[in-house]
Design a binder for this molecule. Structure first.
Ligand SMILES: Cc1ncc(COP(=O)(O)OP(=O)(O)O)c(N)n1
Ligand SMILES: Cc1nc(C(=O)O)sc1CCOP(=O)(O)O
Ligand SMILES: [Mg+2]
Length: 208
């Protein structure tokens, strides 16, 4: 199975964002996993074409490339795996589709959901929102480092904290068992996405 990195860059699905430029900068700075996440109203063709381009960049950098939600796009493009949440295919169904060797991430906000996802074949868990985020609407209240800790204690697979993560907040998350973090705004909203990536890697104890 391809490696599950510690700094997951999720592409920014908000309007007017240049995903390719940010991914290029983050990869050059050492981001070790990219998740392609497109707006819900993007067509499959748009999702596929973006994934093919980002996957090529990830391959050049030896970095794991995942696709959010759309497993058929992940398979068609030849990506390393996918990430599913409560509104997507169930984890067990996603695992059947992707096969045993693919990386399969699942969203879990509590230990019970986390244990079920692992039983059903998740390779890692996206756990959050750790903190308040401006990137996605409709999320439950932040669970904080304590919520991340509760899930990390319950499972043996890597826990990737998500939601409102900044470099300053990373140590509070790794201290309670997070393997890594997934970010949108910390890199995509930065004046210098490469520098922001370096700061996150340093906070993770992964200096280049
Ligand atoms: C690493 C990671 N964790 C959580 C999510 C959220 O997935 P989901 O709950 O399916 O929500 P959408 O991203 O599909 O809006 C994620 N994408 N990645
Ligand atoms: C896509 C997503 N999912 C979340 C969850 O908690 O399930 S939080 C989130 C957005 C993460 O963006 P930022 O790093 O800008 O807060
Ligand atoms: Mg989803």
């Amino acid at each position: 199975m391809p490696p599950i990195g510690r700094l997951h860059l999720i592409t920014d699905a908000r309007p007017g964002r240049d995903a390719l430029a940010v991914v290029a900068a983050a990869l050059a700075a050492g981001a070790d996993t990219v998740q392609v996440r497109v707006p819900d109203d993007a067509t499959d063709r748009e999702a596929y074409e973006l994934t093919v381009r980002i996957l090529a960049m990830c391959r050049d950098s030896g970095v794991t490339c995942l696709v959010n939600d759309r497993l058929h796009v992940a398979l068609a493009a030849g990506a390393d795996g996918a990430h599913v949440g409560a509104d997507d295919l169930p984890v067990a169904a996603a695992r059947r589709i992707l096969g045993a060797e693919a990386v399969l991430g699942a969203t879990a906000r509590d230990p019970q959901t986390a244990l079920r996802a692992v039983r059903d074949g998740a390779s890692y868990l996206g756990v959050g929102p750790a903190f308040a985020t401006r990137t996605k609407d409709g999320l439950p209240d932040p669970i904080g480092p304590a919520g991340i800790a509760a899930v990390a204690r319950a499972v043996a697979v890597p826990v990737i904290a998500i939601g409102g993560i900044t470099a300053t907040r990373v140590p509070d998350l790794t201290a309670v068992g997070a393997h890594g973090v997934a970010v949108v705004g910390a890199v995509c909203d930065a004046d210098d996405p490469a520098e922001a990536t370096v700061e996150l890697l340093q906070a993770l104890g992964e200096p280049r």
